[in-house]
Design a protein around this ligand. Structure first.
Ligand code: UDP
Length: 246
């Protein structure tokens, strides 16, 4: 690991829960985790003190696990409790969702009971477009919009299937069921496809294996208080076997 100090330069963009800064290396960026929490496409929002610290730590753990499993990600290293150094990528404006259990929008869309096991994990694509409220689209729409090619989609489906298998197994051993989760991908300077963004309780549904308690952002969607939300995020961190002083 390089001990060289990383210098934050200009802010490149600010999203709902993260900020991205340039670094002294044109091919690397610094990602800063904020404490903001949002749902309903940003309509519902709040600030939960120190949530960004937990999500930085959880994402660091998960991206290290994936990097060590041979999955290419943008993650290089954690810089401090709120920041990571990552490869700079050109993000596809798409959210890839994998579902192992029926929940959330799938339950509403198909009128199916939450909690049903899906034997063939379902892959979905949402088009990131605030004006259109991030609609569900399919491969043909994404290609028609000139966002991505069929070949790239097929490569990404192989990657997300691997990610799902690694995470499902790892979390199950920690008594957590991976119900569904969202991923974003981008291309680096060599045109390699890298998993980007974050994987944390903000972007996954995680249920306790025994009690089915929701250990994720659904606590916020259901209107629970800040402390209760922090408690379940901390529970996830604890189960991943990392201490918050790492
Ligand atoms: N998700 C996300 N960001 C979004 C939308 C969804 O991280 O902008 C995650 C969400 O936390 C869940 C999965 O993607 O783990 C599927 O979400 P769903 O389509 O059920 O939408 P929701 O009703 O949760 O907005």
């Amino acid at each position: 690991m390089s001990l060289k100090k990383t210098i934050k330069k200009n802010i490149l963009l600010e999203g709902k829960t993260k900020k991205v800064y340039s670094s002294e290396n044109p091919f690397e960026v610094i990602i800063h985790y904020k404490d903001d929490i949002t749902s309903l496409n940003g309509l519902k929002r709040n600030v939960i003190p120190d949530k960004g610290i937990l999500n930085n730590e959880i994402t660091t753990f998960i991206f290290n696990l994936l990097n060590n499993s041979g999955i290419k990600t943008h993650f290089i290293r954690k810089i401090n409790n709120r920041e990571q150094l990552c490869h700079k990528v050109n993000i596809y404006p798409l959210e890839f969702v994998v579902r192992n259990i029926v929940s959330g929008s799938l339950s509403k869309r198909l009128g199916m009971k939450e909690g049903m096991r899906i034997s063939n994990p379902i892959f979905e694509i949402f088009y990131k477009n605030d004006n259109l409220k991030d609609p569900l689209i399919n491969d043909h729409h994404a290609v028609f919009l000139q966002i991505i090619s069929y070949k790239e989609l097929s490569d990404i489906y192989k990657i997300i299937s691997n990610i799902n298998n690694v995470l499902k197994k790892y979390l199950f051993d920690k008594n957590i069921i991976l119900v569904d989760f969202k991923m974003e991908f981008g291309k680096d300077k060599k045109n390699q496809i890298l998993l980007s963004d974050e994987i944390s309780p903000d972007t996954c549904r995680l249920w306790d294996k025994k009690t089915m308690k929701k250990l994720d952002k659904d606590q916020f969607r259901m209107g629970f208080k800040e402390e209760k939300i922090m408690d379940v995020y901390m529970e996830v961190l604890k189960r991943l076997n990392i201490s918050s002083s790492n």
